[in-house]
Design a protein around this ligand. Structure first.
Ligand SMILES: CC/C=C\C/C=C\CCCC/C=C/C(=O)SCCNC(=O)CCNC(=O)[C@H](O)C(C)(C)COP(=O)(O)OP(=O)(O)OC[C@H]1O[C@@H](n2cnc3c(N)ncnc32)[C@H](O)[C@@H]1OP(=O)(O)O
Length: 281
């Protein structure tokens, strides 16, 4: 179902499959062939930040699961305590190698297109903080369950950078135009309760209950006739995905030009310093 455009790039082969288990250094995946449900745990320590190779691994895993005839649904969660994903690895954008920067953004686009449009049913079990790119992964799933006392949102402006149009579109599709406008301007990180209230997440359960809740909800999804469910998702999302598909090259170039500006580099350097200072307090 994912359009042929999404399959133009062959992902790196760094994920190994042992029967119903797939492993890479950053991802652990198991598939329950009885239920058709796969569980993907992100484990790029310390904070599941998204660098080039991790993004390729995530996409590669989704492609492999799509090819598994027995797999119908995917639950995404984190193996890192208290952090779902800290978003993009800021070190990919700070003082970058230009060629790698191109490849990095392309990998982010490709991962997003694969996840957003996958015919698999997807549930994010958000068991930790989920800023920026972490929020993007969450809102690209079909359903979100979050544990209490964490934060989620598109906080890019706090770093002196701007969420690209496709982050904005995915957010708008989730919480609506006005809420997105406010959220992006303020770089708003929502508490779990606020996120539930605004519809950024669909359900809140304790950390202890989150996997069970995700499994329960996923059983509802995989019970629906597969093709009908996948086509209804395509109906809702294709237009948004096509907007990026038709402008991928210029989006990479805009990102690279934006990142290489002195002002942006200064902001990123400052933000990284703040992160380190906060830690030493
Ligand atoms: C014209 C426009 C065109 C195109 C668009 C232009 C621009 C592009 C925009 C790109 C979109 C960006 C998306 C993003 O995802 S940006 C990243 C945003 N992420 C964050 O702001 C999160 C920052 N991190 C935190 O808030 C905390 O770390 C967190 C996740 C709450 C965890 O807290 P804690 O458990 O206390 O852990 P530490 O803070 O001590 O962190 C441990 C360790 O990890 C480092 N780190 C944290 N986050 C990141 C990160 N995102 N990237 C890289 N490194 C990170 C942190 O510095 C610590 O490092 P140390 O070496 O000190 O151990």
């Amino acid at each position: 179902m994912a359009s042929s455009i999404l399959r133009r790039f062959i992902p790196r082969k760094t994920t190994w499959m042992y029967g119903q288990r797939m492993m890479s250094s950053t991802i652990d995946v198991s598939v329950d062939e009885q239920t058709g449900i796969a569980l993907m745990k992100m484990k790029r320590k310390p904070v599941n930040s998204l660098n080039l190779e991790f993004l390729q691994d995530i996409r590669n895993t989704i492609v492999t699961l799509e090819q598994n005839k027995k797999c119908k649904g995917l639950i995404l969660t984190s193996d890192v305590p208290k952090i779902f994903s800290a978003g993009i690895d800021i070190l990919e954008m700070y003082q970058p190698n230009e060629e790698r920067l191109h490849n990095f953004w392309r990998a982010l686009q490709d991962m997003w297109l694969q996840l957003y449009m996958t015919p698999l049913a997807t549930i994010a079990a958000i068991n930790g903080h989920s800023p920026a790119g972490g929020c993007l992964i969450s809102i690209s799933c079909d359903y979100r369950i979050m544990a209490p006392n964490y934060t989620i949102g598109l906080n890019e402006t706090l770093l002196g950078i701007v969420a690209p149009f496709w982050f904005k579109d995915a957010m708008c599709n989730t919480v609506g135009y006005r809420e997105t406008e406010i959220a992006l301007a303020l770089g708003k990180l929502y508490s779990t309760d606020e996120a539930l209230q605004k519809g950024l997440v669909d359900e809140v359960v304790t950390s202890e209950q989150i996997m069970e809740a995700a499994q329960r909800k996923m059983l509802e999804y995989v019970k629906i006739p597969n093709m009908a469910r996948a086509m209804s998702k395509q109906l809702m999302r294709q237009e948004t995905a096509d907007k990026l598909c038709s402008t991928q090259d210029s989006d990479v170039q805009n990102f690279v030009n934006f990142c290489l500006q002195d002002k942006v580099q200064q902001s990123l350097g400052f933000y990284l310093e703040q992160l380190k200072k906060r830690k030493s307090k």
